[in-house]
Design a protein around this ligand. Sequence first.
Ligand code: ANZ
Length: 835
Amino acid sequence: MSQSYPFKTVEPKWQGIWERNRTFKAEFPSSKPKYYVLDMFPYPSGAGLHVGHPEGYTATDILSRYKRMCGFNVLHPMGWDAFGLPAERYAVRTGIHPAVTTEQNIRTFRGQIKRLGFSYDWDREFSTTDPDYYRWTQWIFLKLYEKGLAYEAEVPVNWCPAQGTVLANEEVQDGKYVETGDPVERRNMRQWMLRITSYAERLLSGLETLDWPESIKEMQRNWIGRSEGADVTFQIADSDRTFTVFTTRPDTLYGSTYCVFSPEHPLVRAVTLPQQRAAVEEYQAAARMRSDLERTELAKEKSGVFTGAYAINPVNESRIPIWIADYVLMSYGSGAIMAVPAHDERDWEFARTFELPIIEVVSGGNIEEAAYTGDGTLVNSGLIEGLPVPEAKAKITAWLEDKGLGKAKVQYRLRDWLFSRQRYWGEPFPLLHLEDATVVPLPEASLPLTLPELEDYRPTEQGDPPLARATEWVRTVDPGSGKPAHRELNTMPQWAGSCWYYLRFMDPQNQKEAWSAEAEKYWMPVDLYVGGAEHAVLHLLYSRFWHKVLFDCGLVHTEEPFQKLFNQGMILAYSYRDEGGKYYTEKEVEEKDGKFFVRDSNTPVEAKIEKMSKSKYNVINPDEVIDEYGADAMRLYEMFMGPLDIMKPWQMKGVEGVSRFLDRVWRLGTEVTDSALNEDQNKLLHKTIKAVTGDLDSMRFNTAIARLMEFVNALTPMSERPRPLMETLILLLSPFAPHLAEEMWEGLGHTETLAYEPWPAYDESFLKEDSVEIVVQINGKVRAKLSVGVDEEKQGIESKALGLESVQRWLGGSRIKHVVVVPKRLVNIVLEKGA
Ligand code: ANZ
């Protein structure tokens, strides 16, 4: 047998065997229990796979293999999330159709993923851009439409003329698109919206049933942003107009010294006095350039303009000025607020800037110095004077309701989902517009509505979607009425295809339905979903929303799609930079006495752990790692780097280390004896099985590998190795390093794949330790260690501890007050004071 693991021949051999035999095909129907383990499927970008992808994929693959061996019928699929802007931008630059580049990129990704030996059921692969798939995306859209959850509205959007499309709030900073620096403006546009806000309460309460990281749940809670408070109606002075504000602090009404309208508030024009008009309009124009996110930053300097109008505070009839300011957003509440500078930080800053009165109404702070937002007793507050905050809230709300001046209200930060894009490379909407402006859904039987071929995909500055150029496709007739009609020109956003792909994986070849009821009943929910934390809100919230709608349609039987979620930590890398700022690759530098230099020179470089990026020359290409060390080493290293959920830097030395470990396993060879195990060997065997099994169940892959390394250390010096030891080693290692394991399994005379071998079981009776080590303390300080039998009585332990020579030395004749014995843990000898 060769000295090192010959991965170059072994790995392709087993990948071929698995593929030919469809080893990892998920069965359906099946009498076995199911386990559905899902990866967040990738966007097949032109850059190919990076080492971050295989991190999560390796973890799910290990679990898939482990669960199969535990007797589960495992669904472990892979596919492609392939609609989206990058492919379209590339098409605009090169003139190559997005369908062609998508196809090429998928081929690259598939090849790279297959080289890692992942046990996907490839018969279930699809791309969101397949008409056979998006046919059903369109079908689900029709369900949303039928339920009144999809509607058209004129809404304010971040419009980027240069990119020719709307942008999300998160993509805009200082009035510019963060990626390109192109200017962005606010404008109203007719868009398709999805009524996700109708599901706000269920999206919130459903979180309680999920086994997800608390941080992600918290991000979703914040995103949904539930606030309890009241709507309060204010009269505009000397006019019969009124307006409403939403407040979470109706108890502070007596402290409201001014009101603020958002610059986009519909009443601004009507209330502004002529002499204020120019200033107000200028302010409105400036606000249009800012995103909501920027406008509401706490630290931002407060700006605003007085409209000249006054409002009447309903509780005390005082006249308070109406301002406009951009820290009030049109998209939240009613777009107007009652400002209470004594008890709201932003209002306090604003009042200080513009010298507006600050009246304390809740005691407990020092409003000269800062807004007081804590609890306390109401002061200067008429009706609610002297009450604690919660009671004051209840009383004033009841009073307002009674007078018809307000009512209790639950407000969500969540907005309806802007669901249309002015782009080419997305799913067409299955909708027709008739000449009288009515909208007609396409009949289900006519789906898919395929994307037309287009020569020119460029977006336009005016916002007309590129699909307008497909004139033949656009003009059509309504099959129901025979009337002339034109198609919807917008396409669906990137997120549509990923909202439900996990359902299609259950039944991907079904031509009659999106999925069969039987398959859904068996496979759902997803037992484990692994992916990056960057999807905390958008994808993970959108898909939960669609799933709940499908649940309400009776199309799925669980309220939630993903029972357990796990986020892998980002993989970072070392970057090396000299004083002049020039970067070097890892190969170009060398280490001398813990310092780094450009190889064969005295030029020092600074080593820093950073995000991988092309410009820093620190991107790790998985293909190169596989070429040099093999897939099993790559997989093992990805897991051995550290706990799955933390950030950690890639280090080639570490890959070398695990590859040497695999060589050591390989050198153990497949010569085994049929001799029985001695007691030590039995103990070693069962201890290892138990530890590795426990680590797998709790996804502690790095420690599982460490146990296997210890096991190999113990096996190496043995002059002969009994079969059960070697077979168990191979089976335990197989989820991590499946190619090497299959090859050695075959070497032991097996003719079938080990993928369905029963997972080794451990026997507790071998694990009983007959002695334990306990510590001996004197006055609480550890002074010695002692080995005692597990069943040793307290008295015996005490006398052994006192008999220790080292303990005697520490005592040095001092008087003992008493001795505490905690079996299996410790002995504490307590001395008389002053002794
Ligand atoms: C008076 C008040 C007094 C407020 C006080 C707070 C503290 P959350 O928790 O986010 O729901 N507000 C309401 N609509 C707004 C808008 N469109 N843009 C900016 N701010 C808005 O916050 C609700 C509070 O944010 C509301 O309660 C309102 O200020 C402000 F001592 O009303 B409050």
